[in-house]
Design a protein around this ligand. Sequence first.
Ligand code: SF4
Length: 184
Amino acid sequence: MEPTIPLYNIAKEPEGYSAPGFFATKLDYVVGLARKNSIWPLPFATSCCGIEFMATMGAHYDLGRFGAERLSFSPRQADLLMVMGTIAKKMGPILHQVYEQMAEPRWVIAVGACAASGGVFDTYSVLQGIDLVVPVDVYVPGCPPRPEQIIDGFMLIQELAANEPLRRRYSPEYRELLASYGIK
Ligand code: SF4
């Protein structure tokens, strides 16, 4: 008999207490579970790493399997800023503005050597890493990184989203981090 392939996967329930007809857990866990599996990425692609992202969204790698097939081209409806490509210094303020326009909670991935550190372009015109203008949660190395690496970085963001305490965004440490980037 042919093995049956499930049409969908059910996310694993968070830690908690269960009995017949009863399950109790922490609100943080439930919110984390929902956030983890419904991340809306905003692709900020400027050069070759963007092509790898296109492959990551295509049928073979299919980032949609992780609940992220709804790309957002408006920062106001995005959870995850994915920066892919060389960022010129002139573009720095624009990237900063895009980040500011995103609602909390928001995460950032620097995809590839250029976004993470300027890559091979140690020149007067290229920003030497996007963390000079926005806080970064995950760095994906490579020039370019393969789609598997991008997915790996995305899964790290999922772990952050699942395990983030609800109060983190109100903490003095987080406020301080934003203030260091000139964000109120
Ligand atoms: S890291 Fe390499 S592949 Fe990616 S944008 Fe820079 S030069 Fe292109």
